[in-house]
Every structure is written in C-alpha cells, then in structure tokens.
Ligand binder design. Structure first.
Ligand SMILES: C[S@@+](CC[C@H](N)C(=O)[O-])C[C@H]1O[C@@H](n2cnc3c(N)ncnc32)[C@H](O)[C@@H]1O
Length: 302
C-alpha cells in the first residue's frame, strides 16, 4: 500500500511503494502492439477520440501555460511546453501533441508498442525532433524526472493500472508546480458495464473481449479524491460519448460512461524566507507603519 503523510502545511507526500504495472494488462497490449495505426482496427475509437482530447489538452495548456513561455511559434501553440504521455501505446496522441509544437515524451511498458510508435514517427523526421519514446513505467521515470514536465497525459490508461495511488504520486512528482494532468477514462457505473463491456466488447466487438475489467473503472468523484490526496487539484471534468454507428465522439453533460479530467499540481508553499514569521502574524491587522514603502515580498509570486 502507498503511504500518505499529511504535513501541517497541508502538503501531502505519498511514498510510492507499489508498481502501477499489472502483467495481465500489458500482456493484452503486447498482442495488439502492431495494430496501433490501423484506423479501422481495434484502436479505431482511440483514433477518433483525438477529435476531443487533442483540443481539450491544447485549449487548457494555451490558456494556462503559454503566458510563461516566450517561445511561441506560429502554428505551434504548444511550443516550449514539455508533455509526458503515460501509456502512449503506438503514439496516437503523442504525435498530434508534438505537431502542435510540444516536446513530448511517450512512455509505455510494452516495448513492442514503443517500437511501433518509433517506426510510425520515423516517417516524419521533423516531428521526431520534438517527440521521443521510451519503454518504461511512470514510476521508473519519476526517479529521474522530478518536476520535469509542464503536463502529464494519461489517456485511457488508468483503467489498466495495478495501483492508482502510485500513479497519482508519480504524476505529482514529475509535474512542475502549477503543471497540468489530463486523464481520460471510464466511469464505474451500471451503464459503463452495459455499454463499455457487454455492448462494446461482446456484442458490437468494437474492442477485443477482455480489454476492460469493470472492477478497475473509477468514478470521477473517487478519482478526484485520490488525486487531491496527492496534491493534484481537479479543475474540470467533462463527459464523453462514443457513437458506434459513426465511430465518432462528442462532449456530453453526463459523465456516466467516459469522461475527461483536468487537474493541476498545487504550487509549492512559499520558501521559508517568504513565509510570514510568527512576529509578523502577531502584528497582522495592526496599522502598517511602513505604508507607502516598498511592496511586500513573496506572497502570490508563484
Ligand atoms: C488503451 S491503451 C491507450 C493508449 C494511448 N494512451 C492512446 O490513447 O492512444 C492503454 C495503454 O496503457 C499501457 N499501460 C498498461 N499498463 C501501464 C502502466 N503500468 N504504465 C503505463 N502504461 C501502461 C498499455 O500498454 C497501453 O499502451
């Protein structure tokens, strides 16, 4: 089990003691590792999901982060932003994020999927100047990439992990303060069982039988609670709906089946020399003898 230690400062430090890796899950993706770029194949819904998830990520990052990057380039709104795509598979989401100008590292524990991603990317050498792939887990990477990314993306991944506490802890670790986490996943409802497993896997065969385990689905409320206990604060949750006839996705009010979530890593506590001293706190509210003098230091400058 992961351990959570709550400090007086309200920051929560979680020690990742487990792996996110579930060997039975990676085995499933190993069998499909050369199918990623077949737009009519098993991953067709992930191809069309780009119509929602790419603009979702782009809009948030453009709104939240671009003011801190000066290297904006025409046609590349995400230039200067570093993104980690966790569970990137064959790079279906990694590539379009790279085309928007971001530097993207795609990681996946299935080596053959990473090979497929690299092979596909090699047809666009200009893109591969910004996109890199690596066969590893998030917990392996988090050791060496503390606060290394402006954003972490985990799309259709959390429902395949062994330990979500470790996942949240590692996301927090690799994100810069104020950085964004984007997740798309499946809610744990009767409807998601009926449509996501019975209809999609057994009747319509949109994805192979056994792709999903309903027990591993998570509701937005539970996911929010879990992320917040790791210092990641949820800013928005949006429902997503797949139309199996048209093969397309649309946004919906309901999060009963699929949903997208955006969370932000809280900014660090002010460094000790910026925090109010006990003496200053004691005088808080008293008239400021230095009113009109130099502005205060620290507060709000994160
Ligand atoms: C449904 S696919 C999603 C692929 C990609 N994110 C996309 O949307 O195109 C799930 C991916 O999660 C990967 N995965 C499984 N366990 C993982 C883990 N512990 N850490 C990172 N990725 C994992 C699988 O290998 C697979 O590539």
């Amino acid at each position: 089990m992961s351990r959570a230690i709550r400090h007086a400062s309200t920051t929560v430090v979680r020690a990742a003691a487990q792996s996110t890796l579930d060997p039975s899950e990676t085995k499933k993706f190993q069998l499909l590792a050369n199918k990623w770029w077949d737009v009519q194949g098993e991953f067709a819904p992930l191809h069309s999901m780009n119509d929602l998830r790419v603009p979702f990520i782009r809009c948030v990052l453009v709104d939240n982060l671009l003011n801190v990057h000066s290297s904006r380039q025409l046609g590349r709104p995400l230039s200067g932003i570093r993104i980690l795509d966790v569970g990137c598979g064959g790079g279906l989401l990694t590539e379009p994020l790279g085309r928007l100008g971001a530097d993207v590292l795609g990681i996946d524990p299935v080596e053959d999927s990473i090979r497929t991603a690299e092979l596909h990317g090699s047809f666009d050498p200009a893109l591969m100047e910004r996109v890199q792939y690596r066969a590893c887990t998030l917990e392996e990477l988090s050791e060496e990439e503390a606060e290394g990314f402006d954003a972490v993306v985990a799309s259709e991944v959390v429902e395949h992990l062994a330990d979500l506490d470790t996942f949240a802890c590692c996301c927090h670790q690799v994100l810069k303060p104020g950085g964004s986490l984007f997740i798309t996943t499946i809610n744990k409802t009767n409807l998601s069982y009926a449509l996501g497993i019975v209809a999609a896997e057994r009747i319509l065969r949109i994805v192979p039988a056994g792709t999903h385990d309903w027990e591993k689905f998570i509701s937005p409320v539970d996911l929010e609670r879990l992320l917040e206990s790791s210092g990641l604060f949820v800013e928005s949750v949006r429902g997503m709906l797949y139309n199996p006839v048209t093969g397309s996705w649309s946004w919906t009010e309901s999060t009963a089946i699929n949903y997208a979530l955006h969370a932000v890593k809280q900014r660090e506590e002010p460094p000790p020399d910026c925090a109010q001293s006990p003496a200053a706190e004691a005088h808080a509210g008293e008239p400021d003898p230095g009113a009109g003098g130099a502005p205060g230091v620290g507060a709000g400058h994160h």
